[in-house]
Design a protein around this ligand. Structure first.
Ligand code: SF4
Length: 330
């Protein structure tokens, strides 16, 4: 079992398969993107599967594929197939902007992908173009339909809520998700990297969002049986009338670090104990210097031992990740 110095069990690995993305979301990266890593610096599928395999032997149960945008990495179904073959891994999920799911949903499902979370910040074309700085509105809608059609479910939608940008769309987004049998999760904006200097990145808290939703939905806290895993970062609510499910990821107003079970593997092969902590262990070096599984396991344990109690984003003197969200994988 992999535990950190705060007695939290690490059972969930978020694997960034690329630092590339076909979007340029204002809360995730600067307008002109980031300096991309040379392809040779990115872990190969074999290397990712090797690290995940050792992680599984240490008790990892769940893998989430992230990016950048994971679907821009070529032959992604091949990696899913390799990860599906690892004993002990119970769930393989992916977070995506859905723009490439129309062509990839079926091959990913066939390869063993269980389900997806889809980033959906708005239902308005112009606004989508402003937030993502690209126009993939139709492709995203087709991707959503494909995910439902092939059964990459239970489906969850994630929206980063920014004051004065999309915080007037909360009821519409809940209805959109509910109409597709999915939960809608609202993420409190978390300041990271250079993107935090973009004036649009203003946090809207759970309590403010609830205020906006209550006139439309008769919300009550979801009970433990509502399908939210114990370590699920989302605080679940459900509408008594319609059954619509809403979640809030409250990193800023009510953090959930005490029950954090996550570790991240970046595309360049760094094991990062926390999204916001400027710390990590270079496991790519271990792999490419001929390290064995014991050496990889040692890297996991070292990363776990580095993990702090929780983020420092709301401290009097806050600490921010110097890296952009896109290069860590959210
Ligand atoms: S901020 Fe860090 S410690 Fe807190 S929940 Fe996120 S990854 Fe875990």
């Amino acid at each position: 079992m992999l535990t950190d110095n705060h007695n939290r069990i690490i059972s969930y690995l978020r694997v960034s398969v690329t630092d590339r993305c076909n979007f340029r979301c204002v809360y995730c990266m600067p307008a002109d993107g980031i300096e991309l890593s040379p392809k040779s610096h990115l872990l190969t599928f074999e290397e990712i599967a090797r690290v995940a395999g050792v992680g599984a032997s240490l008790g990892l149960l769940k893998i989430r594929l992230t990016g950048g945008e994971p679907t821009v990495r070529r032959d992604l179904p091949q990696l899913v197939r390799m990860l599906s073959a690892i004993p002990g891994i119970r769930e393989i999920a992916m977070t995506t902007n859905a723009s490439r799911l129309q062509e990839l949903a079926q091959p990913l499902k066939d390869a063993g992908l269980h389900r997806v979370n889809i980033s959906l910040d708005t239902l308005r074309r112009e606004r989508a173009r402003d937030i993502a700085r690209r126009d993939f509105f139709d492709a995203v809608q087709h991707g959503i339909e494909a995910a439902i059609r092939v059964g990459l479910t239970p489906l969850k939608f994630n929206a980063v809520v920014m004051r004065g940008v999309n915080d007037d769309e909360l009821p519409d987004l809940v209805r959109f998700a509910h109409g597709r049998g999915a939960a809608m999760r609202f993420i409190e904006y978390m300041p990271m990297g250079a993107a935090r200097f973009d004036g649009r990145n203003q946090t809207v808290t759970q309590s403010e969002m609830l205020e906006r939703l209550r006139p439309h939905f008769d919300l009550e806290r979801a009970t433990s049986g509502s399908g939210n895993a114990e370590n699920d970062p989302a605080r679940g609510w459900v509408c008594r009338r319609s059954g619509a499910r809403v979640g809030f990821i409250t990193s800023m107003s009510e953090h959930f670090c005490d029950t954090c079970n996550r570790m991240r593997l970046t595309a360049e092969g760094e094991l990062r104990p926390c999204l916001h902590q400027n710390a990590g262990v270079d496991v790519r070096g271990v792999l490419r210097d001929g390290g064995d599984d014991c050496d990889i396991a040692a890297a996991f344990r070292q990363a776990a031992s580095l993990k702090w109690a929780g983020h420092r984003l709301t401290d009097v003197i806050p600490l921010f990740s110097v890296r952009e969200m896109v290069s860590i994988g959210g």
